[in-house]
Ligand binder design. Structure first.
Ligand code: SAM
Length: 266
């Protein structure tokens, strides 16, 4: 079901100039046959230029998409296509237009104790992957952790920095990076946390998290999957993660996972 976090009806298509490489990779991989994206790119040569420049390895894909569209498009057809594209990336639109909208979403209002009762953050070095607006990061920081918030979207990194400065956290660092390639050395962290990110490439993501956590440290995931034994659950349970349930307001029960990393036995 498409998300409805922001009404895109009146948004400018130029907001796509704030998208990042991993967003464009998704477009190139999964939407190369997408007619509405093709129309919107044809109508916006500057956005097409930006896509090609940011992801040169997919330049031909984007060029072919725009090339497949007739030049005689009405303004109405173009606007319909723009809106449909922006609807399909509703979450990304929130990240680039106004991240504060994410912080107001009902499902983010779960009780902090769901995290703090799960793991002790005091004095620990914590890496939060896909930190977003900092839902997990700021809980860890409030409990005395030094936090490294890893986030691939620049507008979200700016938001995280401003929020940390406003609260006055000194040991709160914001870093660019992806879960598939975490930008830290082996054994860097006492605890890796991540919310609503894990799962596209389970083996690679798990391998990276284990690499970055020290022996005896913890990986704590709030993957946002439903309260079901789905593929993510089976993968994590198979790796020895313990798990529990908690309620996300408006969503219902979801699962949280924790693994104590024992590197010597790996
Ligand atoms: C739904 S938000 C969750 C934010 C926060 N962790 C939370 O639990 O509220 C997903 C976040 O993951 C980031 N993200 C998306 N793909 C990612 C990847 N491959 N590696 C790291 N972060 C990613 C997005 O930019 C976004 O900030």
């Amino acid at each position: 079901m498409p998300l409805n976090w922001i009404d895109v009806q009146n948004l400018d298509f130029y907001h796509l100039l704030f998208l990042e490489r991993h967003h464009l990779m998704w477009f190139a991989k999964s939407h190369s046959k997408d007619k509405v994206l093709a129309i919107a790119l044809k109508a916006h040569p500057e956005v097409l230029w930006y896509f090609k420049r940011l992801l040169p390895e997919a330049a031909e894909v984007f060029e072919n998409m725009a090339g497949s569209v007739s030049p005689d498009l009405s303004g109405e057809e173009i606007r319909r296509a723009e809106i449909e594209v922006m609807r399909s990336i509703n979450d990304w639109m929130v990240y680039v237009v106004d991240p504060a909208i994410y912080d107001r979403l009902e499902f983010t209002r779960w009780d902090d104790s769901e995290l703090t009762d799960f793991v002790d953050f005091s004095g620990r070095r914590v890496v939060d992957i896909g930190a977003g607006t900092g839902r997990l990061s700021f809980v860890a920081a409030s409990r005395g952790a030094t936090v490294y918030a890893v986030e691939p979207v620049r507008t979200l990194r700016d938001y995280l920095k401003r929020k940390a400065e406003t609260i006055g956290y000194k040991r709160f660092y914001v870093v660019d990076g992806l879960i598939e390639e975490i930008p830290f050395e082996d054994d860097f962290a006492d605890i890796v946390i991540s919310g609503h990110v894990f799962g596209d490439f389970p083996d690679r993501e798990y391998g990276e998290m284990v690499r970055v956590v020290r022996n005896g440290g913890d990986i704590v995931l709030f993957p946002g999957n439903n309260d079901t034994d789905n593929e993510i659950h089976d993968f994590l349970a198979g790796k020895g993660f313990g798990w529990g349930r908690f309620e996300e307001p408006g969503t219902g029960f979801v699962r949280k996972y924790r693994l104590k990393v024992e590197k010597r036995s790996l």
